[in-house]
Each structure stands twice: as structure tokens, then as C-alpha cells.
Design a protein around this ligand. Structure first.
Ligand SMILES: Nc1ncnc2c1ncn2[C@@H]1O[C@H](COP(=O)(O)OP(=O)(O)OP(=O)(O)O)[C@@H](O)[C@H]1O
Length: 331
């Protein structure tokens, strides 16, 4: 039994344009596994992350945690699952209550989940601050979110998430609002918990450099317009993509070394949204695919194993040309 199982999940926002933003998504995560969700803006990464974290209910399909459908959890079982699965958001300021001190933000969860009493809560909070590299003093606990820098706020959000001793974290673009110099430190902090506590992650990012660093040894799931189009071991997906969309995303990463720039294919950029909605029949990517054939317009390709647990939803997965340049250093 997997730790997290997403089974045939589709989702349409009631407040949206009536079209599903996720289509028949299947995904499973084993304890301690790191799964990176990548894809351009609007492809449904955050929606899938929030469904897994139980912030919304899917329109159809099921999401299970340790074999239990989370929509059916009630009472004590629901409370336990709430503790075990946490989410860290892109904007730590938006997800922290500006009217509460750091101490008043952390203490209720610790006491409510019986991880501390009113006597033991302060030493525990100080320990948490220490673990995430913040000033572990009672004075720091008296601060408000606006008194912290961006990096400190993100560290505090991590402290809040790990305070409940979770088993699984959905981390949504957690470094995208930070300076480059701060990114690796935050990624290393999150990675420390995979080794120390066997924490599993769904790690959402549009940045392959960050993903390559964070999910080394894990798995990448590439999403396009609400569909999973490719999934496989991180290094394999990055160095030998099997879907033309993944290849296009990788090719469109800016080249840090100008001498490598002319080695690009000159294919269209993967930036920007779709001009047209994908059709309900054929491949969702057909209108932008440099390899499209007639069958791609009429028959939706299923996600099939191309070997070694590397899956792609492409009729011509075996013909996707290898990348003619390698992605630069990670993160
Ligand atoms: N609360 C909402 N109500 C209606 N539509 C929404 C809502 N949240 C997201 N959407 C739409 O759902 C689609 C998927 O959005 P989502 O935020 O999941 O994508 P994403 O890949 O995480 O993008 P980004 O990287 O920009 O956050 C988009 O078309 C978005 O406009």
C-alpha cells in the first residue's frame, strides 16, 4: 500500500470556466519518496497539491492516505491525517496570520495535537526554531510575521509544518520568492527532514534546476494542461525526456553559457499559455508539438512505460530526440 494514492482524479473549479483543470490524474507516493511536479503556469500543479493536502475535494476520483480515502475520514482518524500531511506555500507571508506572534502561531497546533502541554510548549517551540536555523529565543517567538525577512518567514513556515511531526509535505514553489542565495539553504533544510524523519514530499516547481537539486533520487511528474504527460526518475527525465513537451521545457531553459546558445534547436519556446484549449480527443499537446502526426489529433496517447519506470503519454515516445545540451548545474 502506498502512502499517498491519487486515483483517477479530475477537478473542475465551481468558480472557473467549467472546464476541468485536472484530467484523470493517477499518482502514488511511497514513504520518504520525493515527487516533483513540474509544468508551466496554469497546468494544475497547485490544484493537485492542494487536493493531496486536503484543502479541496476532487470533483471525481479518490485521494487516499495509507489506504484510507481522505474524503471519508472523520473524527480522530481525520485529525491524525490532518497532522500527518502538511502544506508549505509559495508565499509564507500570505499563509501566516499577520496578527499572531510566531509563538501564538505555533502553540495551538502543538497543544491541540497533544504534542506539548502549556508547560512544555515553549521549549519545544525553541527547539523547532533551532532546527530551522532561526534565533531560538523567547524574544523571537514574540515577533510578528512582518518583522521577519522573506527567508526567515519561509524558515518559520517550515518550522510550523514540521512542528506537527508530519509524514508527508506538499511544498508549493517554496523557494520562488526567495533570493537565489537563500534557495539552496531552504532546499537543504527541507532535504534534511527526508533523511532525519523519512518525510515524503510532493515538491511543486516550474524550475528544473531546483527540481533536479531537490528530487535527485526521486521522481519527476510533468504536467501539461491538467494531464500527466511524463513521469520517471529525475535524472532520466531531465537527460532523456520521452515527451516532446518535457523536451521543449528543458530546451527553453535559458542557457547560462553563451557558447552553448547556438546548440539549441530553435524550436518554439515553451513559455506562455495555450492560445487554444486542447481538444477533447487527441493529444492535449498536439497544437504545439513539433512531432505531431495525424494519429495525435484523433487518439489520446495513454501514459505508457517506456522502460525502467519512465512513463510518457506520447505515440512517438521512442522517437523523441535526445537533448543536444545538458541542463546546467543544479539549483
Ligand atoms: N480557486 C480557483 N478558482 C477557479 N479557477 C482556478 C482556481 N485556482 C486555480 N484555478 C485555475 O486552474 C488552473 C490550474 O491552476 P493551478 O494554480 O493549479 O496551476 P499551476 O500549475 O499551479 O500554476 P502556477 O504555477 O501559476 O500556480 C488555471 O487555469 C487556474 O486559472
Amino acid at each position: 500500500m502506498s502512502q499517498v494514492e491519487v486515483r483517477d482524479v479530475s477537478h473542475t473549479y465551481a468558480s472557473g470556466n467549467g472546464r476541468p483543470v485536472l484530467h484523470h490524474v493517477n499518482l502514488s507516493a511511497e514513504p520518504g519518496e520525493i515527487i516533483a511536479l513540474v509544468g508551466e503556469s496554469g497546468c494544475g500543479k497547485t490544484t493537485l497539491g492542494r487536493l493531496i493536502a486536503g484543502l479541496y475535494e476532487p470533483s471525481s476520483g479518490t485521494i487516499s492516505y495509507e489506504g484510507e480515502d481522505i474524503a471519508k475520514l472523520r473524527g480522530k482518524a481525520r485529525m491524525q491525517w490532518r497532522r500527518k500531511v502538511q502544506m508549505i506555500h509559495q508565499d509564507p507571508y500570505g499563509s501566516l496570520n499577520p496578527g499572531l506572534t510566531l509563538g501564538s502561531t505555533l502553540a495551538p497546533g502543538l497543544i491541540g495535537h497533544k504534542l506539548a502541554t502549556s508547560r512544555t510548549v515553549e521549549p519545544l517551540m525553541l527547539e523547532l526554531l533551532e532546527q530551522v536555523g532561526l534565533d531560538a529565543t523567547p524574544e523571537f517567538l514574540q515577533r510578528y510575521p512582518h518583522q521577519l525577512s522573506g527567508g526567515q518567514r519561509q524558515r518559520f513556515s517550515i518550522a510550523r509544518a514540521i512542528s506537527l511531526q508530519p509524514e508527508f509535505i506538499v511544498a508549493d514553489e517554496v523557494t520562488s520568492m526567495l533570493d537565489v542565495s537563500m534557495r539552496v539553504a531552504i532546499l537543504d533544510l527541507l532535504l534534511k527532514f527526508t533523511t532525519d524523519r523519512q518525510l515524503g514530499y510532493v515538491f511543486i516547481s516550474h524550475d528544473f534546476g531546483v527540481v533536479r537539486y531537490f528530487a535527485q533520487g526521486g521522481r519527476i511528474v510533468v504536467m501539461f494542461y491538467g494531464y500527466i504527460v511524463e513521469t520517471g526518475p529525475t535524472e532520466e527525465v531531465i537527460t532523456a525526456p520521452k515527451h516532446p513537451y518535457t523536451r521543449l521545457l528543458l530546451e527553453s531553459i535559458p542557457v547560462p553559457d553563451p557558447s552553448q546558445a547556438d546548440r539549441r534547436d530553435g524550436e518554439q519556446s515553451a513559455e506562455g499559455r495555450l492560445i487554444r484549449e486542447p481538444s477533447d480527443t487527441g493529444c492535449a499537446f498536439v497544437d504545439r508539438c513539433p512531432m505531431a502526426q495525424q494519429i495525435c489529433r484523433t487518439t489520446r496517447p495513454p501514459l505508457l512505460d517506456t522502460g525502467g519506470g519512465h512513463y510518457a503519454a506520447c505515440h512517438f515516445a521512442d522517437s523523441v530526440p535526445p537533448l543536444n545540451r545538458l541542463l546546467g548545474p543544479a539549483a
